[in-house]
Design a protein around this ligand. Structure first.
Ligand code: AMP
Length: 465
């Protein structure tokens, strides 16, 4: 099947061809003709399947006829995160380059005055996170009665993040004779209920997930003492051919600590997590995508949905506590047939999370030796953990003698020496730090759920280590 057989306009086809795409993906082949007919669609597809283009391409053609009125968007795309919203808007820019559609983004963390001005002038496409849209609606800045087309993207993540009541509220503000497209990676009961509420006789399209990264990405791990994590990471970075990489941490606090540490050791790094202002998140992502920053230290905010092409490596600085997140994290590399490598740093107490990951991917992750790093065993250590006081003494003596050394030295002594005391352990911050972090929410685990979320997972539970 060719793009030209799907019923898209010449302008859209030209933009698709400019983007370098020759053949539609399965979700595009199935969804585009149905959407162009004006029918509702329930798409069961995850990121990586080409689902964004499956709705943006026909939407551009549907919206090409007609004009936007002030404060009355003609279409609305609801998305769970700001990053996905930005990605969808890029997609409209890429594929809509020969059309003159106007667009506004309503996402948390950005100044709204410019977006409100755009809305005042009238927009064809409004991309919004639910909370921000409700805010603006309540302030009387927007009318949703002109929305002919609604897209609910990543409905399962909306569910995970507790947005469904907001989505339902928004649904009541929209005209009932609209066209609705809903996408979700899974079809949980609650999603099915939402689909029944929002969609009218939808065409249900389900596509296989993209090739499992568990098969296409070369994986390896090392079990080490928690205090050796930064040292080990630096040794890995020095010994592997890293072009660009995302380094995943479970907590925002650890992103900050690791980012600073890497920069202090001369690496080109930047942090990305949900507590950062939207402007610096966007700036960081663009710098990383442009190759100006080589290492992006991030929480799972960056793990889902983000399309960063050509990533050579992924490092799991922490073992994810939800096995599905492992697959999402390593799936950032090895995309579109490219080779990718994923390394994970585990500590002796990560046993049960590792077991869950192995079970999910259906295989073991090979363990590797890293020059200059003492490797500990998973099971033995679990039974007889090394006394904390001993390691603390060792580290303390190091920091007295230590001076900042070149990252590539790989020697043991350059390790924790340059780190401030609060960064010494990835496990337990000093009491004051703990209090500060609790206040700022930085020591809370980042809630990032996988595809199959049992109900009891839907509340954030602090992970005890
Ligand atoms: P998505 O599932 O929408 O997140 O898309 C995943 C990636 O596939 C993005 O980098 C898209 O630009 C890319 N993509 C979308 N459509 C196609 C296509 N027909 N052929 C190849 N890549 C595509």
């Amino acid at each position: 099947m060719k793009f030209s057989e799907l019923g898209l306009s010449e302008k859209v086809l030209r933009a698709v061809s400019d983007a370098g795409y020759t053949d539609p993906t399965p979700i595009q082949t199935q969804a585009i003709p149905v959407i162009l007919q004006g029918r509702d669609v329930l798409g069961v597809a995850q990121t990586g399947t080409g689902k964004t283009a499956s709705f943006t391409l026909p939407m551009i053609d549907i919206l090409a006829a007609g004009r936007a009125k002030a404060r009355m968007p003609r279409s609305l795309i609801l998305t769970p995160t700001r990053e996905l919203a930005a990605q969808i808007s890029n997609s409209f820019e890429t594929y809509g380059k020969y059309n003159s559609l106007s667009m506004a983004l309503l996402i948390g963390g950005v100044s709204m005055s410019e977006q409100e001005k755009r809305l005042d002038r009238g927009v064809d496409v409004l991309i919004a996170t639910p909370g921000r849209l409700i805010d603006l609606f309540e302030r009387g800045k927007i009318l949703l009665t002109g929305v002919q087309l609604l897209v609910i993207d990543e409905a399962d993540r909306m569910l995970d993040m507790g947005f469904i009541p907001d989505v339902e509220r928004i649904g009541k503000m929209l005209p009932s004779n609209r066209q609705t497209l809903m996408f979700s990676a899974t079809m949980a009961k609650e999603i099915r209920r939402l689909a029944n509420e929002f969609l009218r006789m939808p065409e249900e399209i389900s596509v296989a997930p993209p090739a499992s990264p568990a098969e296409t990405v070369k994986q390896a791990m090392a079990v080490i003492d928690a205090r050796k994590k930064r040292e080990t990471l630096r040794a890995l970075l020095a010994n592997t051919d890293v072009e660009n990489a995302i380094i995943f941490c479970n907590r925002k606090r650890d992103v900050d600590v690791l980012d600073k540490s890497l920069r202090r050791h001369g690496f080109s790094a930047a942090g990305l997590h949900g507590d950062m202002a939207q402007s610096s998140r966007t700036e960081t992502l663009s710098a990383f995508k442009a190759g100006e920053i080589k290492l992006l230290v991030a929480t799972d905010v960056a793990g889902r949905g983000l399309d960063i092409a050509g990533l050579s490596h992924v490092f799991n600085f922490d073992v994810p506590t939800h096995a599905e997140d492992y697959v999402h994290r390593i799936g950032r590399t090895g995309r579109a047939g490219r080779a990718g490598q994923a390394y994970m740093l585990a500590t002796p107490s990560d046993g049960r999370y590792l077991d869950a990951i192995r079970k999910l991917i259906g295989k073991d992750i090979p363990k590797i030796d890293i020059p200059g790093v003492e490797i500990t065993g998973e099971e033995e250590e679990e039974e007889a953990p090394a006394p904390r006081s001993r390691s603390r003494r060792t580290d303390a003596s190091k920091s007295k003698n230590g001076t900042e050394r070149k990252a590539k030295s790989g020697g043991k002594n350059d390790v924790e020496a340059a780190e401030p005391p609060k960064a010494q352990s990835a496990q337990k911050p000093a009491p004051e730090t703990n209090r500060e972090n609790r206040r700022s929410g930085k020591d809370q685990p980042v809630v990032a759920f996988g595809e199959h979320v049992p109900a009891f997972f839907k509340t954030a539970v602090p992970v005890s280590r």
